[in-house]
Ligand binder design. Structure first.
Ligand code: NAD
Length: 436
């Protein structure tokens, strides 16, 4: 089947590449000329494990092409995916300007029946809105389907190729059959394709993200209380995670959630609730707690250095909002960098993938090192922001020599307390006793 994907970011490029992998003819459309040029030259513009191989294979075999021209991109397409940004607007609700612009542009250039699929995370009612924008200038029949994406950055290819479920919101039988056919190769193991109406599909995505953000935040609050009552959040996690009603995943306490989805989606759902005259109390609490959680280690750092951080050199391990991605949107590291700089610190940071993106946003106000140990040279303390696996079993012998003080502020609970005691470190983590 010939398909077009409009917007080739994390979701669009993975969607396009994976559908090419299952034999479809895919054209990716983006307004970013540099991005399109890079992809034409075989360069994948984002870091996502496994994507490069798939991308090159499908590009080389002629199933994946790129253009900045919308009309050229949708030519002969039976299905058009919209994988466009939906950032928070001024009042916190999802800004639909990118989606509606493309909807307006599509209307006059459609020349045969086509299914237009909202892959972006969009508020309830967007499928109807997109439909009305296209209809203004369309001369052919079309259907707008809501097909929210649940992939996780860092394992996006795997999530897309083997989804837990596929949610499709449509009231059109014709669109349903086409979507079923398109997704069939990805759900051969029996994972469900769940059909529903458009509004329910749109809500499903927000419900999923808001639930996960709430689960993390709940654990962060338990961790904060653990610190006060003298309990260990890791033990609590094991103790409750084994209950099948709770489940083991998403129970790790830390310095808050970030990324391009949870913060904006929780906020947008709260706005939707308000618009519909419903006060979604939990969501406001989730946002408030997460806001405080992100910079939770800073007061401890200040306390350790006697209240004054001026002139202290802090090594940061991890900049990405989570491991296996170069995405830094709403990353807790950025909030910590801001506070550390305001307090007069010098920062040396290492991240295996995300340094260039941070540099693109804040420039050279911090030093970016080539390896984790280089960041420790002459540093007064180490702070851990992201749980990249290479930070889990570092060479403590090497660290001992490089760091000026044997002190770690760990926002991701990477190390065992006993091990840190034995190594003679002062070790601050989240929801656990401080090792001194
Ligand atoms: P992104 O910012 O990485 O990519 C969006 C792309 O759209 C960019 O390349 C941009 O240049 C392009 N674009 C903007 N306007 C355009 C236009 N008029 N025509 C063509 N291209 C245009 O965004 P993303 O992270 O891929 O997210 C896209 C949507 O998917 C959002 O609604 C997001 O909430 C949702 N989502 C994201 C994830 C994730 O993990 N990133 C997961 C699930 C859902």
């Amino acid at each position: 089947m010939k398909i077009a994907v409009i917007g080739t970011g994390y979701v669009g490029l993975v969607t396009g590449t994976c559908f090419a992998e299952t034999g479809n003819q895919v054209t990716c459309v983006d307004i970013d000329e540099k991005k399109i040029e890079k992809m034409r030259n075989g360069i994948v513009p984002i870091y996502e494990p496994g994507l490069e191989d798939l991308f090159n294979r499908n590009k080389n075999e002629g199933r994946l092409s790129f253009t900045t021209n919308l009309q050229e991109g949708i030519k002969d397409a039976k299905i058009i995916f919209l994988a466009l940004p939906t950032p928070p607007g001024e009042n916190g609700s999802a800004d639909l300007k990118y989606i509606l612009k493309v909807a307006d542009d599509l209307g006059p250039i459609l020349d045969q029946y086509v299914v237009i699929v909202d892959k972006s995370t969009v508020p309830v009612g967007t499928a109807e809105l997109v439909s009305s924008h296209i209809a203004k200038n369309a001369t052919v029949e079309f259907d707008v389907v809501s097909n929210p994406e649940f992939l996780r950055e860092g394992v996006a290819v795997e999530d897309f190729m083997k989804p837990d479920r596929v949610v499709i919101g449509t009231s059109s039988e014709k669109a349903k059959n086409m979507m079923n056919k398109l997704y069939a190769p990805l759900v051969r193991q029996g994972n469900p394709v769940i059909f529903m109406d458009e509004r329910s599909a749109e809500m499903t995505k927000y419900a999923a993200n808001a639930f996960l953000a709430t689960k993390i935040t709940f654990m962060n609050e338990i961790a904060n209380l653990c610190e006060k009552v003298g309990a260990n959040v890791d033990d609590i996690r094991r103790g409750i995670g084994t209950d099948s009603r709770i489940g083991k995943r998403f129970l790790f306490a830390g310095i808050g959630y970030g990324g391009s989805c949870f913060p904006k989606d929780v906020q947008a759902l709260e706005k939707t609730s308000k618009e519909f005259d419903y006060e979604f109390k939990i969501l406001q609490a989730v946002m408030d707690v997460n806001e405080d959680q992100k910079t939770k280690l800073i007061p401890r750092l200040k306390e350790y250095f006697g209240g004054d951080l001026k002139g202290k050199t802090i090594a940061l391990w991890g900049l990405a909002f989570k491991p296996y991605t170069d995405d830094i949107r709403e990353a807790p590291s950025l909030y910590n960098i801001k506070e550390l700089l305001e307090a007069g610190c010098i920062i040396k940071a290492y991240d295996p993938e995300a340094a260039a993106n941070v540099k693109g946003v804040i420039g050279d106000v911090i030093t970016y090192t080539k390896g984790p140990y280089e960041a420790l040279k002459e540093a007064d303390a180490l702070m851990i922001m992201t749980e990249w696996p290479q930070f889990r079993t570092p060479e403590f012998d090497v660290m001992n020599v490089l760091l000026k003080n044997k002190v770690i502020f760990d926002g991701r609970n990477l190390y065992e307390l006993d091990a840190m005691k034995e190594l003679g470190y002062t070790y601050y983590s989240i929801g656990r006793e401080t090792v001194k």
